[in-house]
Design a protein around this ligand. Sequence first.
Ligand code: KG4
Ligand code: ZN
Length: 357
Amino acid sequence: MPSSPPSSLGLAIDTSFDDTSLAVLSGIWRVDHVQDMHLHSHITLSQSHTHQRFGGVVPERAARQHLEVIHPLLEEVMEQAGVEFSALDWIAVTHMPGLVGSLLIGMTVAKTLSYALQIPLLGINHVEAHPYACFLSGTCFVYPILHLIVAGGHTVLILQRDPEEWHSIGRTRDDSAGECADKVARLFGLPMPGGKYVDAAAQAVSELCYIFPKPFLKESHFDFSFSGLKSALQRFVRAHPEAPQDSVLAAFMHSMQVVLLEKTFRAAQKYNVQMVTLSGGFGASVTLRNAFRERAAKEGIAFACPTPHFCTDNAAMIGVLGLRHYATGCFETMRLRACPNLPLPSPGSPTGESDVP
Ligand code: KG4
Ligand code: ZN
């Protein structure tokens, strides 16, 4: 009988934006799931309090803070896992997309450990890792699959007809969904990141009092555009300062939800997918999760989303893709570079625009 591949143990690091996150995990990569998935330890230190008074993340400060905390966090995550550095099989690190100064901090630590321990260095695409956070709670992917990734920096629709495929069929042309929610929350003086406050308002309001635009809803393509919705809300608030905050935020969230839901499920029909996933920080929204779950059930399509904790940025999801890269021998050298942008491949298009047949 052929022997099954052994479980591998790795350390994952994510410093792509304003969270310093590290995880130690082990498991066996099985293409559609991870067998014997075990998250030994996981620590995420948010910097949001640091950037609060600037109303947005300051790249210089973010990089400096990653540098200050990463070594103590590294010691802590290894101690919590109860493993020695010598027991690690691999190191996975986010190298794109993100703030270059921040990415470089995590990458330098990862390269140093990889060199010192003589173990493989694995370079991970942070956005690609988001849907794989589903594996942390035992989900099995069923192909063809459509991933809606709604993060603070990106909103993309990814088609995976088989495990090897990763094609963009739609993306935002301006603000991402999370970024738009954050900007709207800031308009009301809510703390950043504001997505969860917008979501809380949507949950608190049962009756829709206002109607905001639903950009690109009727267009046949699967791209998104949210900055017009944000501007419409700004104009409305200026003209109606008396409008209750929760009602305005609920109406905003409704527009977001309708656009994300309709376009995703229209694409799901077109590409005849078996499963839809929702991931990325904005995917922690209870309103969105419930709406997606309900719609998928109605259409007879399987649906998965990571637990809310693993929707927002975390190193555990980086580690899940690390298991894949390790199993498939996708190793990097010390020349691995930080890349601020998200490459979105799609067949026949060198620019990465959506044109999947
Ligand atoms: O994935 P993420 O942590 O960072 C990026 O990769 O960009 O996403 C951050 C976004 C922010 O816009 C934040 O407001 C939103 O996720 N977010 C939420 C919730 N938690 C974070 N949005 C709605 N409900 C939440 N509970
Ligand atoms: Zn993210």
